[in-house]
Write a protein that binds this ligand. Structure first.
Ligand code: PEP
Ligand code: MG
Length: 757
C-alpha cells in the first residue's frame, strides 16, 4: 500500500485544479486502501464550518452541500483536536452526527485524520468501511502520510486561492498571506506574466537550415544582452548596492563561451533548431547545478533557466513585443524572474507578487534595493486575476484580491501617508544622527559591490562598517589575483579616503559559495566557513591580506575584520599571518613602521561562543562588530535562508536581547569598541533596542540609513533605556516587539514599521 503513496501524491500534485486534486485523491485512496468510502472536508474559517468537498462513497449530491459546524460530529472533533481518530463503530461515539443527505448510515468503521499545514487545520481526510473493525496501524499511517502531502499541496500552491474561492461564493475580497519581501504599499491592476513557451514544453526538432538558426540565435543573444545592460543602466542610479551585481550574473551567462558554444554545436552539428538547442543545453546545465545540492549553486540553475527562458521568449516572439503596458501595474507571475523585471519599465512597476521564491531570492533583493513593495511565496492561482485590482502590503507580506471600495480607500490613505513619511526621511538624510538628549550615533555603511555609488545616495555617514570582500570573489571564474584585489581595494579606500573602511576578510562557505571552489558538506552553516576556511588555506588569506595592506599604503584608512571567529586561537593565528604579510611588504618596499603602520584588527561576533570570550578578545583586538544575522541564526538554531523556519528567526527573542546586553556590558568594562553590522542595525525596532542598550555605532545598508537617522533624531535615549528595562523582563520576542511598537506609536512614529503613519 505504501508503495502506491508516491503515485497518489504525484497525481494530486499534478492536478490542474483543486477539485481535480481532491477527486483524484479520494478515488485513488478508496481503491488503494480497499475501503468503501473516502472523503475530504475543507475548513472554512469565515463561516466556521467544515464543507464536504470530495467523496468516493458518500452520496454525490451531498458533495459541496454538506456542512458541519466547527466542533460538530466526529469530523468536527478531529478538526478541533487536530489528531486522528480510529473507530470500529462510529454510531457508538457520543459525538456522532447523522448526515441524512450523505447516506452515511451504510458505514460503520471510521478513520479520520486532520490535514494540517503550518499548524493550521485545513480540513479532515476520512476513510470509512461497512464492516465494523478498527483500522490497522499501516492504514492509519497511510492516511496520515497522505493528509500531510495533501496539506502541502493545499498550503503551498495556487490551489489555495481556489480553496478560498470555493468557500467564498460571495465574491468578497480575498486576503492571502505570503512572505514580506520588500516593504511598502501598492495598489494597481495585476499584470500577469506567463512564459510564452516554457523550457520544458519545447519539442526537440531538427532544423532545415542550420545557418538560419545560428543567425537567429546570435541575434537573440545580442538582443538579450542589450536588454540586460539597458536595464542595468536605467537602474544604475537607483541601485546603490549589491543588487546591481545581479545583472552581471546574467550578462555572465550570456557571455559564457562554453554555454554559448554548446548551443551553437547543437545547431551546427546535430542540426537542432535554435529553440531545441537552447533547451537541450540549458536543461543539461540546470540538471548539473541542481545536483550540486547547495543553495548557491542551485540559484545558478535558476539563473540559467531564466536566461534560457528569455532567449526562448525572443525566439518565439515573432511579432514585436510592443505591447502597450498600463501606466501602473503590479507584476504577478508564478516565479517572477529578473528577466521579467527587465521587460517592465521601473516607473510603471508598482509592486511584485510571486507565487514562488523567498525573501532572499534575487528578485526580493532587487525589489528592496529599488524600494518596490513585494510579496513572495504567495499561494495564488494566476487564473482570472489579470488586470484585476490588487493591494500589496509589503510590510505584512499580504495581498488582497478583489478589494472592496472600503479597503481601497483605506489602503490609498495608508499609501499617501507612506509617501509623506518617505519625503520627511529624505529631508533628514544629510543630517548627523543625534538623539534628542544629545547622544551622537555613528552611522556606518555596509557594502560589497559598487561601493562607489553610495556617496550620491546617502548624504552623511561615518565610515564603512562592513565591506563584504567575498562578493567580488563570487563573480569571477577563479580566485582574483593579488594585483586585481589590490586595485579593487585601492579604489574603495581612495573613494572613502577621509573615512575608516572596515574590510572583512573572505567569508565564504555556508550559503556563500565560489563556483570555482565548491564545498560540499552535510551541514555547511556549521562547517568550513569564514576564518576556518581561510586559516586552512593561508595562501588565499595571505594574498588577500597583502592586497589590503598594499592598497592601504596611500590613505591608511583600512581596518581588517575577521569573520566567524569562535575561539581565541583563530584570532592568534590570523594575526600571526597578518603580521607576517605586513613584515614582508615592509621589507619588500623598505618602509618604516611609521610610514606603514599595522592597521587596526577586529573580529565579528557571529558565533555564540565568541560572546563569552570578549574579555580575552579585548586583549588582542582593536574592535568587534556584531554580525546579528549569523548570531541570531546560531543562537536560535534557525537557518536564516530556510523559509520553513523563517517565523522562528526572531530578532527580538529574549536570548538575542540578553546576548546584546552581555556584549555591550563587557565591551564597556574592557574598553573595547563595538559596532553592529547585521540587519538588526538597519531595522527600526532593532536600532531602538540597540540605542537603548547603549550601542553607539550602527552599520547598515544604504537604503536603511535615511529612516534610521530620522528615528534617532526623533527620540531621546533615556526613554529607550526605560523600554529596555521592561524588555529585559519580557518572556518572548513578541512581548519585546510590542514594547517598542507601543513606544513608536506613542511617539507618532508607527509608520516606520507598518503601512501608513
Ligand atoms: C552577519 O552575519 O550579520 C553579517 C553581517 O554577515 P553576513 O550577513 O555577510 O553573513
Ligand atoms: Mg555573517
Amino acid at each position: 500500500m505504501l508503495s502506491q503513496l508516491r503515485h497518489i501524491v504525484e497525481q494530486v500534485g499534478d492536478a490542474k485544479s483543486l477539485t481535480a486534486a481532491m477527486d483524484a485523491l479520494v478515488q485513488q485512496t478508496q481503491s488503494t486502501m480497499e475501503v468503501d468510502c473516502c472523503s475530504i472536508y475543507i475548513t472554512d474559517d469565515k463561516t466556521k464550518q467544515l464543507n464536504l468537498m470530495a467523496s468516493k462513497g458518500l452520496a454525490s449530491q451531498a458533495v459541496g452541500k454538506t456542512h458541519l459546524k466547527f466542533g460538530e460530529g466526529i469530523v468536527g472533533l478531529i478538526h478541533e483536536k487536530g489528531e486522528p481518530l480510529n473507530l470500529a463503530n462510529i454510531r457508538e461515539h457520543p459525538r456522532y452526527k447523522y448526515l441524512p443527505d450523505a447516506q452515511e448510515e451504510r458505514f460503520n468503521s471510521f478513520l479520520g485524520t486532520p490535514i494540517i499545514h503550518k499548524r493550521q487545520v485545513l480540513g479532515v481526510l476520512v476513510a470509512q468501511q461497512k464492516t465494523p473493525r478498527l483500522f490497522s496501524e499501516l492504514e492509519e499511517s497511510f492516511l496520515v502520510t497522505l493528509a500531510m502531502h495533501l496539506a502541502s499541496v493545499l498550503g503551498n500552491s495556487g490551489l489555495r486561492l481556489e480553496l478560498d474561492q470555493l468557500n467564498n461564493q460571495l465574491g468578497a475580497s480575498i486576503h492571502l498571506q505570503g512572505c514580506p519581501a520588500s516593504p511598502g504599499i501598492a495598489i494597481a491592476n495585476a499584470y500577469v506574466v506567463r512564459p510564452i513557451l516554457a523550457l520544458a514544453e519545447v519539442n526537440i526538432e531538427k532544423t532545415h537550415s542550420s545557418c538560419k538558426d545560428i543567425l537567429l540565435f546570435e541575434m537573440i543573444v545580442k538582443k538579450c544582452s542589450d536588454e540586460f545592460s539597458n536595464l542595468a543602466l536605467t537602474l544604475k542610479e537607483q541601485l546603490s548596492k549589491d543588487a546591481f551585481a545581479l545583472f552581471d550574473i546574467y550578462s555572465h551567462v550570456l557571455k559564457d563561451k562554453t554555454f554559448l558554444n554548446a548551443i551553437r554545436e547543437q545547431i551546427n552539428y546535430h542540426h537542432l533548431t535554435a529553440s531545441s538547442a537552447i533547451k537541450v543545453v540549458a536543461e543539461s546545465y540546470i540538471r548539473q547545478f541542481e545536483a550540486m545540492s547547495d543553495s548557491y549553486l542551485s540559484e545558478r540553475a535558476s539563473d540559467i533557466r531564466d536566461v534560457a527562458q528569455r532567449l526562448l521568449y525572443h525566439l518565439t516572439q515573432q511579432v514585436e513585443e510592443n505591447v502597450q503596458l498600463p501606466d501602473k501595474l503590479i507584476l504577478v507571475a508564478s516565479e517572477v524572474t529578473l528577466s521579467m523585471l527587465a521587460s517592465i519599465p521601473t516607473d510603471k512597476l508598482q509592486g511584485i507578487v510571486s507565487v514562488h521564491g523567498g525573501v532572499s531570492s534575487h528578485v526580493a533583493i532587487l525589489a528592496r534595493a529599488l524600494g518596490i513593495p513585494a510579496v513572495m511565496g504567495l499561494p495564488l492561482s494566476l487564473d482570472n486575476i489579470h488586470q484585476k485590482t490588487l493591494i500589496i502590503d509589503g510590510y505584512a507580506g499580504c495581498t488582497i484580491l478583489f478589494p472592496e471600495q472600503l479597503l481601497l480607500t483605506h489602503y490609498q490613505l495608508l499609501l499617501d501617508e507612506d509617501n509623506e513619511l518617505k519625503k520627511l526621511v529624505e529631508l533628514g538624510e544629510c543630517k548627523e544622527a543625534v538623539t534628542l538628549d544629545g547622544y551622537n550615533i555613528s552611522i556606518l555603511l555596509n557594502t560589497g559591490l559598487n561601493a562607489n555609488q553610495h556617496a550620491a545616495v546617502v548624504g552623511h555617514f561615518d565610515g564603512i562598517g562592513l565591506y563584504r570582500s567575498e562578493l567580488p570573489f563570487m563573480l569571477t571564474d577563479s580566485f582574483p589575483t593579488e594585483q586585481d584585489q589590490t586595485e579593487s581595494y585601492q579604489r574603495l579606500l581612495s573613494q572613502y579616503a577621509q573615512l575608516p573602511v572596515t574590510m572583512r576578510t573572505l567569508d565564504v562557505g555556508g550559503d556563500k559559495q565560489l563556483s570555482y571552489f565548491p564545498i560540499v558538506e552535510e551541514n555547511p552553516f556549521l562547517g568550513w566557513r569564514g576564518i576556518r576556511l581561510t586559516l586552512d588555506h593561508p595562501e588565499i588569506f595571505l594574498v588577500q591580506i597583502r592586497a589590503m595592506l598594499t592598497a592601504n599604503l596611500k590613505y591608511q584608512n583600512l581596518r581588517i575584520m575577521l569573520p566567524m571567529i569562535s575561539a581565541i586561537e583563530e584570532v592568534d593565528e590570523a594575526k600571526r599571518l597578518i603580521i607576517q604579510a605586513w613584515k614582508e611588504i615592509k621589507y619588500e618596499l623598505s618602509l618604516t613602521p611609521e610610514a606603514f603602520p599595522l592597521p587596526e584588527i577586529g573580529v565579528m561576533i557571529e558565533v555564540p561562543s565568541s560572546i563569552f570570550i570578549i574579555p580575552q578578545l579585548a586583549e588582542v583586538v582593536d574592535f568587534i562588530s556584531i554580525g546579528s544575522n549569523d548570531l541570531i541564526q546560531y543562537l536560535l538554531a534557525v537557518d536564516r535562508n530556510n523559509s520553513r523556519v523563517a517565523s522562528l528567526f526572531d530578532s527580538y527573542h529574549p536570548a538575542v536581547l540578553h546576548s546584546l546586553k552581555l556584549i555591550i556590558d563587557n565591551c564597556m568594562r574592557f574598553d573595547l569598541e563595538v559596532s553592529i553590522c547585521g540587519e538588526l542595525a538597519g531595522d527600526p525596532i532593532g536600532a531602538l533596542i540597540l540605542l537603548g542598550l547603549g550601542y553607539n555605532r550602527l552599520s547598515m545598508n544604504a537604503n536603511n540609513m535615511g529612516k534610521i537617522k530620522y528615528l534617532i533624531n526623533a527620540v531621546p535615549r533615556f526613554e529607550l533605556e526605560h523600554c529596555i528595562e521592561q524588555a529585559l523582563n519580557a518572556n518572548s520576542g513578541s512581548e519585546i516587539r510590542a514594547i517598542f511598537v507601543n513606544y513608536l506609536d506613542r511617539k507618532g512614529l508607527g509608520g516606520f514599521i507598518r503601512a501608513g503613519k
